[in-house]
Design a protein around this ligand. Structure first.
Ligand code: FAD
Length: 117
C-alpha cells in the first residue's frame, strides 16, 4: 500500500484526522470551562458536516447523534473519542483498541519506551 499518496486517499485522511482528534482529546483541559465544552462539541459537529469522505461523514453524524461528545473532563473526552474510533474500527473490520491505553498511545508514550526511537 502506498503510504504518502498524492492526493491523499480515504485511509491517509483517516490516519491524519485520528492523529488530530486523539491528540486533541488527550490534551483537552482536565477541568474544561463551558466555553471549552462548547468548542469541543462544535468541532465534532462541524467535522460531521465537513469531513471530506461523504459516507464517513454521514455515519459520523449518526454516531454523534447516538452518542454525543462527552466533554466533562479530559478523561471523559479521550475515552469517548476512543469509543468513536472503535465504532469505525468495527465497521471497517479493524481490531478494537483497548481504551484504557489511550493516554499511553496518544499522550505519555508506551511504558516500554517503544515511541522513543
Ligand atoms: P486508523 O484507524 O487510522 O488508526 C490510526 C492509529 O490509531 C492506529 O494505528 C492505532 O494506534 C490507533 N487507534 C486505533 N483505534 C483506536 C481507538 N479506538 N482509540 C485510540 N486510538 C486508536 N474509513 C472507512 O473505510 N469507512 C468509514 O466509514 C470511515 N469513517 C471514518 C470516520 C472518521 C471520523 C475518521 C477520522 C476516519 C474514518 N475512516 C473510515 C478512516 C479509518 O478510520 C482509518 O483511518 C483508515 O482506514 C486507516 O486505518 P489504519 O489501519 O491506518 O488506522
Amino acid at each position: 500500500a502506498k503510504l504518502h499518496g498524492c492526493p491523499v486517499d480515504k485511509d491517509e485522511l483517516g490516519r491524519s484526522t485520528w492523529n488530530l482528534l486523539h491528540t486533541m482529546s488527550v490534551y483537552y483541559p482536565e477541568k474544561p470551562t463551558d466555553e471549552d465544552k462548547d468548542r469541543a462539541r462544535s468541532f465534532m459537529s462541524i467535522l460531521g458536516k465537513t469531513y471530506p469522505c461523504d459516507f464517513c461523514a454521514k455515519d459520523l453524524r449518526k454516531d454523534l447523534k447516538e452518542s454525543p461528545p462527552k466533554v466533562e473532563s479530559r478523561e471523559a473526552f479521550a475515552l469517548w473519542m476512543c469509543q468513536l474510533h472503535n465504532k469505525v474500527n468495527e465497521k471497517t473490520g479493524k481490531p478494537k483498541f483497548e481504551c484504557r491505553d489511550v493516554m499511553q498511545r496518544w499522550r505519555d508514550g508506551w511504558k516500554d519506551g517503544s515511541c522513543d526511537y
